[in-house]
Ligand binder design. Sequence first.
Ligand code: ZN
Length: 333
Amino acid sequence: MPRIGSWIEPHPEGIYVRPADAWVDPSQPKARALVTHGHADHARGGHSAVLATPETLAIMECRYGPQPGGQAIAYGETIRVGEVDVSFVPAGHVLGSAQIVLEHKGEKVVVSGDYKRRADPTCPPFVPVPCDIFITEATFGLPVFRHPDTGSEIDRLLHRLHSDPERCVLVGAYALGKAQRIITELRGRGHEEPIYFHGAVERLCNLYEELGVPLGDLRPATGAPKDELRGKIVIAPPGALNDRWSRRLPDPVTAMASGWMRIRQRARQRNVELPLIISDHADWDELTTTIRELAPGEVWITHGREEALKHWCMTHQIKARELNLVGYEDEDD
Ligand SMILES: [Zn+2]
């Protein structure tokens, strides 16, 4: 009797699904890739064939140009690839993000990709799929990482904005997912004012709107008079927080929305005055709650702090292993 999941081969450059002759989120160009979501460390360009959700394919086209080998698989649809039934299930991470469910000879393996469990108005919520093997991310796989309530972080941002109407608040947020989530959360808290953006987030904001996520009144910050930006929120990629571009803004309060803002030193490194702990990844409680809920035979752990989660699994009588894949960055949050 072979061990379970012997048909799934973790390699440093990705997870190879042998009976499908396909790779999940490979870091190198492959003949056939199954892609969980559009972040650059998961969705690389250059594969001959790409299977992904329609939204992820649209994001890849927006970033890399036409994807002639793209095949769109809607949530809930199942297709046969080689000898494997493959389906895509919402992961709640960013628009189009999916867990990939692989079934072969009576065994079910779920590759989570990046995921979170809390509500996100820009994408459908994570769907738990009981399975034999759950391959989970562990970006925030330490008990110190417990993300606060998103609404209270947004309220802190609005409070800061209103307390100093001569200044603007410059929010660093990743261009795919986080930027659009912050805007949508602000709208949900009743903030109807124009929100200004750095050029690097414009195309993805337009794409989100085309795909049915309304973002309200958005305007380019570049070229806007300084006085127009007073008392306003400006969204920019984290790399722009301290560069020349931000000098045009009226005395900006520098904020950053990231799970890493839990660590004060990271906030200081970026000169962040207003750290907002808003993450698109599962925190420690979400990771452990998910594993409890799925009750898989085995947990395989990728990119992140694998050791602590592996230890937690062992103490809860769940077999666990670390995969040590390379190329996954922890910076998309
Ligand atoms: Zn991601």
